[in-house]
Design a protein around this ligand. Structure first.
Ligand SMILES: [Zn+2]
Length: 319
């Protein structure tokens, strides 16, 4: 147990933990923050209308014809960037755990619906390659949710915004190290809590995210843990989760990033890992109609995210 923790989570799970994803999960229904620039004010709050929430669909075995492994080949250089089909050698399965950060703009029915859409399309992306994913969610107790929400609000208002000179400067100004470290410490504490509840890979849907190896705001993957942050700006970036999952599945251990899957090594424009925006960009990016690079697939099936994926030879059931 570290003694420099930012957040004090309960040691006992007291009945909470991993559960099937549900839109009935307690959420804090945070009011929109007027100072945040990313979203125009909404005319009317519709977050509590259950009719606008799509039912959760877990991709995997339910997909009619999941196996259509189409690749590009761009490592170390553009060998064949025309998408082409190659059979896979194994079927892999794994579980991804989602978490809606309390008080974030994902934390209402509309936001949860957007998260589920992104999860579904990203899981469908991997199902093409016979990597079948299931979803559950991290459920913390109400005290912990309140603590996280209060911590983030305080960090955002009292630390981040003054440090960069206001919300309009987010992504354009260097963030002081101590402000970054506070964020990373808190997310590290959350990760420890999740790991204690047997979570293998935690995907946090949050307003802002800073990982541990690149001091900028944006959706990303920690190099020292199986933790992904998907930011609110990227609600308009379809398949950003699939991109981040390539990073995670290519690791050989939670703290051991892969080679081609970590460093965006494919030279093909239609590789899922080829991303045109700069770190910290406040612009969404559309990763639709992208493919795995064959070298990324090889690394994923070799490294399997450490203990994240289980793979068995035999190819796709649909073959
Ligand atoms: Zn990336």
């Amino acid at each position: 147990m570290r003694d420099d923790r930012v957040l004090d989570f309960d040691d006992e799970s007291d009945g909470y933990g991993r559960q099937p994803w549900s839109t009935e999960t307690p959420y804090a229904n945070a009011p929109q923050r007027a100072e945040d620039e990313a979203d125009a004010p909404r005319k009317k709050r519709d977050d509590d209308d259950p009719r606008d929430t799509p039912p959760p669909v877990i991709y995997g075995e339910e997909i009619d014809n999941p196996c259509n492994p189409v690749y590009v080949d761009g490592v170390p250089s553009a060998n064949n960037c025309d998408p082409h089909r190659l059979d896979v050698s194994s079927t892999c399965t794994g579980t991804v755990t989602g978490f809606i950060f309390p008080g974030s703009r994902w934390d209402n029915r509309r936001g949860i619906g957007a998260a589920i859409e992104e999860i579904n399309r990203s899981f469908a992306f991997f199902a093409q390659y016979c990597i079948l994913l299931d979803l559950d969610q991290l459920t913390l107790n109400p005290r912990e949710l309140r603590m996280l929400r209060a911590w983030y609000r305080d960090w955002y208002r009292r630390r981040l915004l003054p440090a960069v000179g206001g919300a309009s400067h987010l992504g354009t100004t260097t963030i002081p190290t101590e402000v970054i470290d506070e964020y990373r410490g808190a997310m590290g504490d959350l990760q420890e809590r999740a790991t204690g509840l047997d979570v293998k890979l935690l995907v946090i849907f949050c307003d802002e995210y800073i990982n541990n190896h690149r001091p900028s705001l944006g959706s990303s993957n920690r190099s020292d843990a199986h933790q992904i942050g998907i930011t609110w700006i990227d609600r308009r970036s379809p398949y950003i989760l699939a991109h981040e999952l390539v990073h995670a599945f290519g690791k050989s251990a939670p703290d051991a990033p892969g080679d081609v899957t970590w460093d965006h090594k494919s030279a093909c424009p239609r590789a899922i890992t080829t991303i045109a925006r700069t770190a910290g960009s406040r612009r969404p990016i559309d990763l639709s109609n992208r493919f795995l690079d064959i070298k990324e697939d090889v690394e994923i099936r070799n490294n399997r995210g450490g203990n994240l994926l289980e793979c068995a030879s035999g190819g796709c059931p649909a073959d």
